[in-house]
Design a protein around this ligand. Sequence first.
Ligand code: FE2
Length: 248
Amino acid sequence: MDGNAGGLILLDALKRSSSIETGISTSEVAAAVMTGAVVIVKGAVEPDQLRKLRCELVRANIPYREPDFHDAESWRSRREDCVDGEPLNLLENTFLAVERTEDELGRAARSTAERLATYWRSLTGCEHAFVPRADRRALRPWAMYYPKGGGCFGWHSHKLEPTRIGIILSMSERGGDFRCGGTEVKTPFGIVDVTPHHDIGDVCLFRYDLQHRVAPVEPDRELRWDGTGRWTFLIQCDPRPIDSAAAR
Ligand SMILES: [Fe+2]
């Protein structure tokens, strides 16, 4: 493992593997993440696949909704929260209905979502899938968009369970699609700025209850929601209590 005392570990994905694998076992990777280190797996997903998906996301121009657990089709919501005149959250999150064959965007995102889900299951030992099973908990895939001109997501954390290990795939090229702004994590080893290492196709893993944020993307520019800026893809385990999900 290529590690450092700052709590960041860089690994290369094995090139000839059909799934995401590295030279060390997933149990070792998961153990490192659970100690609070951030792990980056370089080259986990083909960049061209992600550029294509990003184009689909911009082109689809799908409807906005109030955030909810509506999973019947892909939808998105925009967040523009300010504190004392300063942007706290400036982003769009798109839910991708990957299990709905009639949903064009869901179909386009499916293979990427499945690749991440397979890796997440091997890391956590959980069996959750995009279609909920007996316990009604589901994985939910999201595309996150941070526009140039200050796109950001303020410091926050989540409950450790049921997601346990957060997984963020970069869909944008550093230096090409955006110059600055990316994920930072408060680890037991100090704040880890993932941005310099998290290029298109790379996966970032972190313990889900650690504070994290997305620092402003090119804040010196004029804000434009035109698809330029930084895109990521992530999966999250449905946080609803099992009872309320079952009542759906
Ligand atoms: Fe988060």
